[in-house]
Write a protein that binds this ligand. Structure first.
Ligand code: NAD
Ligand code: MG
Length: 395
């Protein structure tokens, strides 16, 4: 493997840290060229010094001077950029081979799209950008020969279990359906009358995975699985009726592909994001990831059950948005981002998340989506409707 250069968008987050951890174990194969963060100047500067990055991007322009000072303090030589244009530069740099897209939310779309435009190898963690830009994003990647490798553990598992050439259609590949597993999150068995009182700390305390706060809340509502269903549709060129979800509380089987002949191929492993990160970095080869080996003899229970859509309405709403298509997933994602943010700030309760999303989905009409302007237009509409909902509720 020749040594490849990596830009890590969102390097200070959970996926970003895991990515740098895997890169550090494989410095013969990878080197870091650009790192980006939203506001965490100290950590970004420290990472730039450690990896001798050429470019440091802080999304919040007000922190530019702080970053300059922190880089100097840490003895780092990186050039500084700010804002959206800085993120896009990090994604599109000539010397970058691989872009790890690990910004959270629609805020990652422009930079991830830039990586597609520039034909990079895209390690896609930022599921929200694919959920909202869907076909527009896939077409841009295809046009520029940008390969998308899924980092989300379920999609990475499915990618590992699919045959070469699946992009031409799952039917042709002999696939009956793809089955996304879901842990069920921290409230899988919580009595439903206690949902209204759930706190942000409880919602972020996932039983199997340590992740950023937004995706942790999404995992507690199962909206995360809903977003992943839509993500799977685009990544694997799947029809809505070819995608299913199964609850698997142990998070050992990361997802499965069921074939026409009755075969089911599953990918298993210790729940540790360094496995899918390492796989997507080195694909089609395999590298050391620092992950505990799976000891199946210690596991006396691997169980599977149907998801309860009454208990977790967000999953039902997301399935409906996928089937509706066009701008529906954009409205779903934008209203969910606003709702989760309001929940984390204590402005709305846990059960208001699905109430808000469902109200905004009903209120905003579905329109065609042909380009990024359409995506951002619809995203803006849904966001302001969701913000009004919060303001009305919270006062
Ligand atoms: P996180 O909150 O830990 O990190 C987010 C990163 O994005 C940070 O570096 C932050 O500085 C940056 N960021 C946040 N807002 C930004 C903005 N407005 N502009 C620019 N940068 C911004 O999140 P995470 O858990 O690492 O998740 C990142 C993405 O990966 C999400 O889309 C999530 O759904 C996906 N993902 C995460 C996991 C996981 O295990 N953490 C698993 C699967 C998928
Ligand atoms: Mg996932």
């Amino acid at each position: 493997m020749s040594r490849q250069s990596v830009s890590v968008l969102g390097s200070t987050g959970s996926i970003g840290l895991n990515t740098l951890n895997v890169i550090e174990r494989n410095l013969n194969n990878f080197r870091v060229v650009a790192l980006t963060a939203n506001r965490n100047v100290e950590l970004l500067a420290e990472q730039c010094a450690r990896h001798d990055a050429r470019l440091a991007v802080i999304a919040d322009p007000a922190l530019e001077q702080e970053l300059v000072a922190a880089l100097e303090r840490h003895g780092a030589n990186a050039e500084v950029r700010t804002g959206e244009s800085g993120l896009m530069e990090a994604a599109g740099m000539d010397e970058t081979d691989i872009v790890m897209a690990a910004i959270v939310g629609a805020a990652g779309l422009n930079s991830t799209f830039e990586a597609a435009r520039r034909g990079k190898k895209i390690l896609l963690a930022n599921k929200e950008s694919l959920v909202i830009a869907g076909e527009v994003f896939i077409n841009e990647a295809r046009k520029n020969h940008a390969r998308i490798l899924p980092v989300d553990s379920e999609h990475n598992a499915i990618f590992q279990a699919l045959p070469i050439g699946f992009e031409n259609g799952l039917d042709e590949a002999g696939v009956d359906k793809i089955v996304l597993t879901a842990s069920g999150g921290p409230f899988r068995t919580l009595p439903t009358d206690q949902f209204a009182g759930v706190t942000p700390a409880q919602a972020c305390d996932h039983p199997n995975w340590k992740m950023g706060r937004k995706i942790s809340v999404d995992s507690a509502t199962l909206m995360n699985k809903g977003l992943e269903v839509i993500e799977a549709r685009w990544l694997f060129n799947a029809r809505p009726d070819q995608i299913e979800v199964l609850i698997h509380p142990q998070s050992i089987v990361h997802s499965m592909v069921a074939y026409r002949d009755g075969s089911v191929l599953a990918q298993m492993g210790t729940p540790d994001m360094r496995t899918p990160i390492a796989y997507s970095l080195a694909w089609p080869q395999r590298i050391e990831a620092g992950v505990e080996p799976l000891d199946l003899a210690q596991m006396n229970d691997l169980s599977f059950e149907q998801p309860d859509l009454e208990r977790f309405p967000c999953l039902r709403i997301a399935f409906a948005a996928m089937r509706t298509g066009a701008s529906a997933p954009i409205t779903l994602n934008a209203s969910n981002e606003v709702a989760v943010d309001a929940f984390l700030q204590g402005k709305i309760g846990f059960t208001q998340i699905h109430a808000l999303v469902s109200d905004v989905m009903e209120r905003i009409s579905v329109t065609a989506v042909k380009n990024l302007d359409d995506v951002f237009g619809q995203d803006g509409l849904a966001r302001s409707a969701a913000q009004q909902w919060v303001a009305k509720f919270y006062g």
